[in-house]
Design a protein around this ligand. Structure first.
Ligand SMILES: [Fe+2]
Length: 269
């Protein structure tokens, strides 16, 4: 929540911004250098484009489902590049270690085979992901084998479809939208689109914050800070299929922000 009594400074792609709340409750974002920008509000977040958008905000069709309220978890600053934050979110292999007793645990740490495919509009989708989770969400009363689908539709926006612990034939959705602050720092904005299962928004928020706080030190200790895109820059194993596909897609679309491109290996040192 922003304090309406004062202006807030933030940054997008290295460009300083000032955020103020108008008397009518609307949020105004301005560049410090007063150059034009484009802003919009959706899903409880303010979306800013430094230039003229060439396409719309990420569509989230499930946000229109009446039994699926959007819970804004809150923003978390991370000293890691945006692509590193997204890649960590996709990583099934870390669940049993970093999120032990919640999203995975010994002896169920092995990542079972899953499928990764390109999305027709760009991006990737990982399906048939399965992980035994002792405490998959605040509503889970026992551990169970959780089905996951991961999607990355934009370079810095990803989501996870996760079997609901009560309605196991439907999915809760967790979005992670990353604000690229500088090439090596980010602000993560998680959004929850969960089915009603008796869990309060406060409990959902607290659970996600606990999970993200387990990720934060791991992310901040990754070296190099920017994500290396060269094949073989960091040794992949079979469990990293989605990470490899994500890096290749970023290479293919020519992303330069927060990454070490394959042709600039020297800067990684
Ligand atoms: Fe994590």
């Amino acid at each position: 929540m922003l304090d309406p009594a004062r202006a807030h400074e933030t940054m997008l792609l290295g460009v300083p911004l000032v955020v103020t709340i108008n008397a009518d409750g609307t949020i105004a974002v301005q560049r410090v250098d007063h150059a034009a920008l484009h802003q919009d509000e959706r899903y409880g977040l303010v979306w800013v484009c430094l230039g003229t958008p060439t396409r719309g905000i990420l569509p989230i069709p499930e946000a229109d489902e009446p039994d699926r309220p959007i819970v804004v978890v809150g923003s978390v600053g991370v000293r890691a590049s945006g692509p590193r934050v997204i890649e960590n979110f996709l990583d099934l292999g870390h669940l049993g270690y970093v999120h032990a007793r919640y999203l995975g645990d010994d002896p169920h740490t092995r990542v079972l085979p899953y499928t990764v495919e390109p999305l027709p509009e760009g991006g990737i989708i990982a399906t048939q992901c399965k992980m035994f989770q002792p405490q998959a969400s605040p509503a889970a009363t026992e551990g169970f084998m959780v089905d996951y689908i991961y999607k990355v539709e934009r370079p810095l926006a990803t989501c996870l479809y996760k079997a609901n612990p009560v309605q196991r034939d439907r999915f809760d959705i967790i979005f992670l939208i990353v604000q690229p602050v500088t090439e090596e720092t980010s602000i993560a904005h998680p959004l929850l689109l969960c089915l009603p299962d008796g869990t309060t928004p406060a409990a959902l928020r607290a659970f996600q914050q606990t999970i993200f706080m387990q990720d934060k030190p791991i992310l901040e200790n990754q070296v190099p800070k920017r994500l290396p895109l060269a094949d073989g820059a960091e040794l992949p194993i079979a469990a990293d299929k989605s990470s490899v596909a994500y890096r290749r897609w970023l290479s293919a679309i020519g992303l330069t922000w927060g990454v070490i491109r394959a042709d600039e290996k020297a800067r990684a040192a």
